[in-house]
Write a protein that binds this ligand. Structure first.
Ligand SMILES: [Fe+2]
Length: 328
């Protein structure tokens, strides 16, 4: 019985090598709202977000991922989670209130796959800009939506998140042997807060941000091309069969991948039956049938150890790493 309440995917802390380059991409081209910044950090949010930030860009020598972060319902949930992980043998790390900008105390832990998780209950409020249409620019990013991670054992991650952390599955992919190759899991009532894909891991594949409509996704391509960022478009726009997402994948100046998307659906019913896809179904990954570039399958961001700050060693996936055959 899960006795804590994780609300949603809430922020990512990405290490980047040049804050000015990152600002040009995220703020000037994509239209993220810059809540605050200094010489080490830029704090970004989407237009509908009521809290200080959902993306932290931190100046560093190498690009990497410091944390992917979930909001919990109440402060007590952090203590319950701490006891839960400790009892399971995980080494947790507390970061006190005030040690990170605009956020209360956080609990960090390397999860069952080696991903650097963070949990928090409170973040400073800011003006919600949903109806400040005069400030809409670029992609008109509304809010953070999900993380997508490459892990070596999806079934292990799936079992831990479903059975131990209280997530539910909306969609999943199996190969011929019925082993789970990828899974889309949620706490908030949408398709996902986190997806796990079979691959060299642990690595962060992308952070997903929600746009208000498919035209905003297409408009983003025009804006990026016109502002010299055409080569940042890695895949899309397109429609995933799985999740129904109308997607666009971009690579930021450090190679971190972000997804801008629209088009998923309500998953709140407890009797919602997870949608199963076959790995070789060409409509699964791209509903219209066109191929994804190899880099989308092979490249992802390095994640850091929460205790040492060093890169977490990656391993090959347990299942055969295969790219579905696309029939055009
Ligand atoms: Fe995604």
């Amino acid at each position: 019985m899960v006795n804590f309440n994780i609300i949603r995917a809430a922020r990512a802390v990405l290490n980047v090598t040049n804050l000015e380059e990152s600002r040009r991409f995220y703020v000037h081209a994509l239209g993220f709202i810059e809540t605050e910044s200094d010489d080490k950090y830029i704090y970004l949010r989407g237009l509908e977000e009521h809290t200080h930030h959902s993306l932290v860009l931190k100046k560093s020598d190498e690009p990497s991922v410091e944390a992917i972060s979930y909001k919990v319902f109440a402060e007590e949930d952090l203590d319950t989670l701490s006891a839960f992980f400790t009892e399971k043998g995980y080494r947790i790390k507390w970061m006190g209130s005030g040690s990170q900008k605009a956020i209360g105390r956080t609990l960090r832990v390397q999860d069952v796959s080696g991903l650097p998780l963070e949990f928090f209950a409170t973040m400073d409020p800011v003006d919600r800009l949903l109806q400040r249409y005069d400030l809409y620019k670029g992609a008109k990013v509304q809010r953070i939506d999900h993380f997508n991670c490459a892990v070596t054992d999806v079934e292990k991650a799936y079992n831990f998140y479903i059975n131990e952390l209280g997530f539910a599955c909306s969609e999943y992919t199996t190969a011929d042997d019925e082993k789970i190759w990828a899974a889309w899991l949620h706490r908030k009532p949408t398709v996902h807060d986190v997806a796990f894909m079979n691959g060299v891991g642990p690595r962060l594949h992308h952070v997903g941000f929600w746009l208000s409509d498919p035209m905003s996704v297409i408009h983003t391509c025009d804006v990026l091309a016109a502002s010299g960022y055409g080569s940042s478009i890695e895949r899309g726009p397109g429609r995933h069969g799985l999740s129904n997402a109308f997607f666009l994948y971009l690579r930021d100046p450090d190679g971190h991948r972000i997804e801008l998307y629209n088009g998923d659906y309500l998953t709140s019913d407890p009797d919602f039956k997870p949608v199963k896809w076959d790995l070789d179904d060409p409509m699964r990954q791209t509903f219209w049938g066109h191929a994804a570039p190899d880099c989308w399958f092979n490249e992802a961001s390095t994640v850091l150890d929460i205790h040492t700050g060093q890169a977490v060693k990656t391993d090959n996936p347990k299942l055969e790493k295969k790219k579905p055959t696309i029939i055009i």
